[in-house]
Ligand binder design. Structure first.
Ligand SMILES: [Zn+2]
Length: 396
């Protein structure tokens, strides 16, 4: 890991400089593909197929066409028969407004041991760590298990990249995603549903606005109703979240309405993200949303818009997870935090539909994900890569 660390930082810089926003992921996939081929992976390109996805109850609702947008599924043979899958997403959320950043969001600047940029932590730093770990393990090994590396799109919006890559991969006995966990081992996460509430009104001139419903005003009532639902969900958390404060978070992510002061708009669109318990299916959660909205805005419609992710919980004592925890403790002198995440991620697919017995998120340290001046701690990439390399060498 030490020998190959400088090359990894250079790879990460190139990856952070690729503005791999939704529908523009290829800039980053090309960088990852080159690195995988250099490492000796056989690499297959897998484009999501809307018909295949429609047959999968875990898929998200596609927001954009998939033409020209690929996932990568690589295989690097081991000496034995087992398979372990490592997965990383290359898509990033917007960095707008860029002028509020102190560092160039696509510059890969390094200051005081941190690399800054959109996606540096979530999760290009983790991608760099996983590939470094595989490279190091194979330089010493080879490991017993064949390593499958999935480089996927749309983690942030639908999960359809990871689902597609999983359907095109051999069944693994274990899986790991290096989302930024600050060196913690995260085996559970909330479910997440993305939706849009569309509120309509009669529209008209502002001089008579006191005589009609304004969809923007009505949106306040809808938000309050959703906050009430959020409070109900948090009153009865799943056991994995007993010690987590406010696990199920509602975020109002966008409100689109109107275009000028002297017209009442005909429509308002409110986009939300709601964290949900594992005990509630995404479909059931959407029905709860519809009921809550109907009470305050009877004419409003609710539609799925992106993820319908179930919450998941892997066994922290599963042999692969135990090996990861023990190896972390051996390398770093203290056991890792074993936690449950308030954010969803692609690890859920290894529970359903892929039924992998042992899986965890384990990755580097960073901050300001989805915010301004996102950063990843470079030393933490080597820290987790060392542990992951040993796990790969020991797992069979
Ligand atoms: Zn992520």
């Amino acid at each position: 890991v030490d020998e190959r660390f400088d090359g990894t930082v250079e790879f990460l810089r190139e990856l952070v400089c690729a503005p791999s926003l939704i529908c523009a992921e290829e800039s980053a996939q090309a960088v990852v593909e080159r690195r995988m081929l250099d490492m000796g992976f056989s690499v297959e390109s897998v484009v999501p197929d809307v018909e295949q996805l429609a047959a999968q109850p875990e898929s998200g609702s596609p927001l954009h066409p998939y033409e020209g947008r690929r996932n990568l599924v690589g295989q690097l043979a081991g000496s034995g028969a087992g398979v372990v899958t490592l997965n990383g997403h290359v898509d990033v959320v917007t960095a707008e407004p860029h002028e509020l950043w102190e560092h160039d969001p696509y510059g890969g600047e390094i200051h005081d041991g941190r690399m800054y940029g959109r996606g540096a932590a979530d999760m290009k730093g983790g991608v760099a760590a996983m590939l470094l770990a595989i490279e190091a393990a194979h330089a010493v090994g080879p490991p017993s298990a064949t390593v499958v590396y999935q480089s996927v799109i749309e983690e942030e919006t639908t999960g359809n990249g990871a689902l597609t890559a999983g359907l095109a991969s051999p069944a693994p006995g274990a899986a790991l995603i290096a989302e930024p966990t600050n060196g913690g081992v995260y085996v559970a996460a909330v479910g997440v549903t993305h939706g849009r509430v569309t509120i309509t009104g009669p529209a008209g001139h502002a001089l008579s606005a006191d005589q009609r419903v304004n969809p923007i005003d009505e949106a306040y009532g809808v938000i309050a109703a959703l906050r009430e639902l959020e409070a109900q969900l948090n009153a009865a958390p799943d056991p994995e979240f007993a010690d987590v404060e406010h696990p199920y978070v509602l975020n109002i992510g966008a409100l689109h309405a109107g275009d000028m002061p002297s017209s009442t708009p005909a429509e308002a669109q409110l986009d939300f993200r709601l964290g949900i318990p594992r005990s509630l299916t995404p479909a059931a959660a959407m029905r709860r949303v519809e009921e809550a909205v109907a009470r305050v805005s009877p004419g409003a419609t609710v539609s799925l818009r992106g993820q319908r992710a179930h919450g998941y919980a892997f066994d922290p004592e599963a042999p692969f997870v135990r090996l990861l925890r023990d190896t972390h403790e051996e390398v770093h002198g203290a056991p890792p935090l074993v936690g449950s995440s308030k954010g969803g991620n692609d690890l859920r697919f290894f529970e359903r539909p892929f039924r992998v017995p042992g899986a965890a998120c384990y990755g580097p340290t960073g901050g300001a994900y989805h915010g301004l001046d996102e950063w990843v701690d470079l030393a933490s990439i080597a820290d987790v890569a060392t542990v992951m390399a040993l796990v790969l060498l020991r797992w069979n």
